[in-house]
Design a protein around this ligand. Structure first.
Ligand code: G3P
Ligand code: MG
Length: 245
């Protein structure tokens, strides 16, 4: 039976503000197999964990991440938008996150947010950071931008990569293989038996986002997906335990 790894999507993002240390801690407490997080670059080229290019939705700041240095961004409140309980949450650097993550018995998915802004050298910067913390062997780097996948493979062909998409396309697995990705990360509505088969044919792992409903979790398990990304890892971990019985 293929194990479906449960990745906490932006941490346990249903219970705590996404991509904050509180959300990552809760993912660990839920015994998630892994964590998925999103990376953007600051003005001074510090990789930080935040989903949007713009600060508006998840902080009390305005404007773009790329227009501020990290010493400016770290002063922002990245938790009150979710609940006043989290008003002490701030934007985390990839480095601070890895310092916490390194001793955890978990795998990692770092998503490079290069589909809107083509951050210069983000691939190399993130690669060096992962290497410094010795987590490359349990990390997959994903992106909606095929150029980022290819750049990562140029830096180190053995690093695990994944092409991300929500778009149905003919021979998607063949396309991912052609850019030398090791996996496909797709939106749940693209998941069917045919996709599973074509991923097997191209020797690609297949992981699904964002899987919050039990019926969808079970579909991922029964089709033998390699992983799923969920905002509710504590629920997915329980469903997986029941599934195995
Ligand atoms: O990596 C899976 C998923 O996070 C991709 O979409 O928009 O949630 O980053 P998004
Ligand atoms: Mg993401």
């Amino acid at each position: 039976m293929t194990k479906t790894f449960i990745y906490a999507h932006r941490g346990a993002s249903k219970l705590a503000p996404e991509n904050t240390m509180a959300a990552f801690e809760l993912a660990r407490e839920a015994y998630a197999d892994g964590i998925e997080t999103d990376v953007q670059l600051t003005k001074d080229n510090i990789p930080v964990l935040i989903h949007d290019e713009n600060l508006r939705r998840t902080t009390n700041g305005t404007g773009f991440v790329q227009d501020y240095t990290y010493s400016e961004l770290r002063l922002l409140d990245a938790g009150s938008w979710f609940s006043p309980k989290f008003s002490d949450s701030s934007i985390v650097t990839l480095e601070d996150f890895l310092c916490w993550f390194q001793p955890q018995p978990m795998v990692l998915n770092v998503e490079l947010k290069t589909n809107v802004i083509a951050y210069k050298h983000i691939e190399k910067i993130v690669y060096e950071c992962l290497k410094n913390y010795q987590v490359l062997d349990r990390t997959v780097i994903s992106s909606f931008n095929a150029d980022s996948i290819m750049k990562m493979k140029e830096i180190n062909p053995s690093i695990q990569t994944a092409f991300l998409t929500s778009t149905k396309m003919r021979n998607l697995a063949g396309y991912a293989a052609s850019i030398h990705a090791d996996a496909l990360h797709v939106k749940h509505r693209l998941l069917d038996k045919k996709l599973v088969k074509s991923c097997q044919k191209h020797r690609l792992d297949l992981r699904i986002y964002t899987v919050n409903r039990p019926t969808l979790m079970k579909k991922c398990f029964s089709l033998g997906c390699n992983g799923l990304f969920t905002d509710v890892p504590y629920e997915a971990v329980e469903y997986w335990k029941q599934w195995q019985k």
